[in-house]
Design a protein. Structure first.
Length: 114
């Protein structure tokens, strides 16, 4: 049974940092491209970052380039999203996803506000 469990969200002030975690079970993250998406209230779910199965290639939405970093810990079968220099417009529910499949996590809320 495939399961993705996100954690690490919360309330942070503008300019602050958070690290989101996505613990995977039932599937090795080293065999799939993994992705983070986000969805703000009333908006569509947008792709934020991807990490290929090899671990050697990443991609980012223009809005987060230079501020967010996707990575993984193979031993823990966990994918991370390090978010720095957070802005109010980064406020959303963040979802972990096995790219091009139907597997999603339950989401974790990130709120950037003073």
């Amino acid at each position: 049974q495939v399961q993705l469990v996100e954690s690490g969200g919360g309330l942070v002030q503008p300019g602050g940092s958070l690290r989101l975690s996505c613990a995977a079970s039932g599937i090795p993250v080293t065999m799939y491209t993994m992705a983070w998406y986000r969805q703000a209230p009333g908006k569509q779910r947008d792709l934020v970052a991807t990490l290929t199965a090899s671990g050697r290639s990443t991609s980012y939405a223009n809005s987060v380039k230079g501020r967010f970093t996707i990575s993984r810990d193979d031993a823990k079968n966990t994918v991370y999203l390090q978010m720095n220099s957070l802005k109010p417009e980064d406020t959303a529910v963040y979802y972990c996803h096995i790219y091009a499949t139907n597997f999603w996590g339950q989401g974790t809320q990130v709120t950037v506000s003073s």
